[in-house]
Design a protein around this ligand. Structure first.
Ligand SMILES: [Zn+2]
Length: 184
């Protein structure tokens, strides 16, 4: 929980809740990775599928966090779905940005991390492992049509802007009412 919450934080939380629900819609069940069988899915992906190693740098002697390959935000609108999550160390879980301040794809992130670590020999092995997890394993990510992607993008941005606007209107409403009735 952050100490200082902005309208953008509220809007981002709404976007993540939406992408979680749509992920569950495609999965056909709930996917609360905090407990129960969904937590076991995450543990299996982390410890068995990826052998307890960071999917990007291959380190195993580090604490592993959940990384959404297609980012779980209004830029990339990745779903919260087992086929979209991999273990990553804290460093690799921080997605780099390109020159336009846009977060890069997981493939560019992987390429960057391998170069940084002088480890380009392992790029293809790790890339294949992630691709298999995403596209062919029991956890595979849903195949979305271009129309479905367009809809996700549109609705995600609509939700983000809507929550931000509601939030700002609520603040203004409070101030207006306070001035009219309480503080005159
Ligand atoms: Zn790493």
């Amino acid at each position: 929980m952050s100490i200082y919450n902005t309208p953008a934080d509220a809007a981002n939380t709404a976007v993540r809740a939406f992408l979680t629900k749509i992920g569950e819609y495609f999965l056909g069940r709930s996917f609360n990775t905090g407990s129960g069988s969904s937590k076991n899915d995450w543990i299996k992906i982390k410890d068995e599928v990826f052998n307890g190693m960071c999917a990007y740098c291959g380190k195993s002697d580090v604490k592993l966090q959940m990384d959404h390959l297609i980012m779980f935000n209004r830029e990339q609108f990745g779903l919260h779905h087992p086929g979209n999550i991999v273990p990553a160390c804290k460093i690799c879980n921080k997605r780099i940005e390109n020159s336009d301040n846009q977060y890069v794809s997981w493939e560019d992130q992987l390429s960057y991390i391998c170069e940084q670590n002088n480890d380009t020999n392992n790029f293809l092995i790790r890339w294949k492992k992630i691709k298999y997890h995403m596209n062919e394993s029991e956890y595979k990510y849903p195949t979305l049509s271009p129309e479905e992607y367009k809809m996700l993008k549109l609705i995600t941005n609509n939700l983000y802007n809507g929550v931000k606007k509601e939030f700002e209107e609520s603040i203004n409403l409070y101030k207006e009412l306070d001035e009219s009735f309480t503080r005159k």
